[in-house]
Design a protein around this ligand. Structure first.
Ligand SMILES: *Cc1c(COP(=O)(O)O)cnc(C)c1O
Length: 398
């Protein structure tokens, strides 16, 4: 059997060093727990960054993957397959959308959204307005859309046609709108930016601006979608709907899949040959997504997420009140919660995450402002208590 140290040594030799990894080689997952090669157990409040919504190795998802893998793993999108059709039907039946395009990741779903918004708007209207603090992916166009300069450094020239409005400032968006503008792109709650929700009134204002100026409103629900915020999509809580929406992370409960959803009217701008993906909506990945969605859509599942999300939020608020020199407050929706740190806390943020890891608890530090907690949606109150107790013990040591 391999050890953590042995695998780390081998991997560090052969991988491009794009990740600052923790010294653990994960070998098994079950529910909210992970085990590393040295036999250490972890309580996972990161879920592969908001991916494993049903926990690790959910039996129904594993069964769906195995069943489909034994039937048909891949064919070209030049042919029809049932799993991806069922998936698109589920997404359409449970959202504003009429049409779906399947991709392999969040960034790819956003690329599809940007291309569609441009071709729909027509010649000369290509500019996308996004928000400061946003995160939309790592491809060149989605990096350009991302409103954080630290992701831009070293990659100039970035694709043209992306501008950023300061966060929370509706008038600033209106000032940026010109003859070349085709869309506004935003996350209903900024995940990577530090678990920062956009107020409903702000989102409604953005919706009105888009309608008034004939712009496409794109919601990036890659992180907030598929039950994370306590409703299937975050926009379900905002009293408005977008024209295009992207989802990915939790859609396949760990298998790589992304989707772009839109209306019939906008979808009509994409015709055969304008966009494609070799793997997009592959039968195995689509079968996993169908199995996951059926569980999340089952009666009682999302109310349970909301109830336990409130419980978690209350526990975090009490924790924040106990450690006012480190924590400023709590924000988020449903099961995506952030403990916003004070200036002193921010300086310790990475150290807190590292020490929690050493004690067997996984979370991360988002946007250099908040500890981010995105446990599997199935997390129990006992697991929340256990995590909170460990965090309280650690914070008391500072
Ligand atoms: C993670 C994320 C992306 C990028 O998704 P990938 O699958 O890593 O390409 C895009 N937008 C948001 C809001 C995300 O959280």
């Amino acid at each position: 059997m391999i050890t953590n140290e042995q695998l780390k040594a081998r991997a560090d030799k052969v991988f491009v060093a794009t990740y600052a990894r923790f010294p653990a080689a994960m070998i098994k997952g079950d529910g909210c727990r992970l085990w590393d090669a040295d036999g250490r157990e972890y309580l996972d409040f990161l879920s592969g960054i908001a991916v494993c919504a049903l926990g690790h190795c959910h039996p129904a998802v594993t069964a769906a993957i195995c069943r489909q893998a034994a039937e048909l793993v891949h064919v070209s999108n030049l042919y029809y397959t049932e799993p991806q059709t069922r998936l698109a039907e589920l997404l359409v039946a449970n959202s504003f959308a009429d049409k779906v395009f399947l991709a392999n990741s969040g960034a790819e779903a956003n690329e599809a959204a940007i291309k569609l918004a441009r071709i729909h708007a027509g010649e000369g209207r290509y500019q996308v307005i996004s928000l400061a603090g946003s995160f939309h992916g790592r491809t060149l166009a989605t990096v350009a859309a991302t409103g954080q300069t630290r992701f831009h450094k070293g990659f100039d020239p970035l694709p043209e046609g992306f501008v950023h409005a300061p966060f929370g400032d509706l008038a600033a968006i209106e000032e940026l709108i010109g003859d070349q503008t085709c869309a506004v792109l935003c996350e209903p709650l900024q995940g990577e930016g530090g678990v920062r929700p956009l107020e409903a009134a702000y989102l409604q204002g953005i919706r009105e601006l888009c309608t008034r100026h004939g712009l496409t409103l794109i919601f990036d629900e890659v992180q907030t979608g598929i039950g994370r915020t306590g409703t299937l999509f975050a926009y379900h809580q905002m009293g408005i709907q977008p024209d295009i929406m992207t989802v990915a992370k939790a859609l396949g409960n760990g298998l790589p899949i992304g989707a772009m959803l839109t209306t019939d009217a906008i979808a009509a701008a994409f015709t055969p040959g304008t966009h494609a993906s070799t793997f997009g909506g592959n039968p195995v990945v689509a079968a996993a997504a169908v199995a996951s969605l059926e569980i999340i859509l089952a009666e009682g599942f999302l109310p349970g997420v909301r109830r336990r999300g409130m419980y978690f939020q209350t526990q975090l608020q009490q924790l924040a009140a106990r450690f006012p020199d480190l924590a400023e407050g709590v924000r988020g929706l449903g099961m995506i919660l952030g403990l916003v740190l004070t200036e002193k806390g921010v300086a310790l943020g990475s150290d807190i995450v590292k020490k929690m890891f050493e004690r067997g608890f996984l979370c991360n530090f988002a946007g250099n402002v908040a500890l981010r907690f995105v446990p599997p949606l199935i997390v129990s109150e006992e697991e929340i208590d256990c995590f909170i107790a460990a965090l309280a013990d650690l914070l008391a040591e500072y």
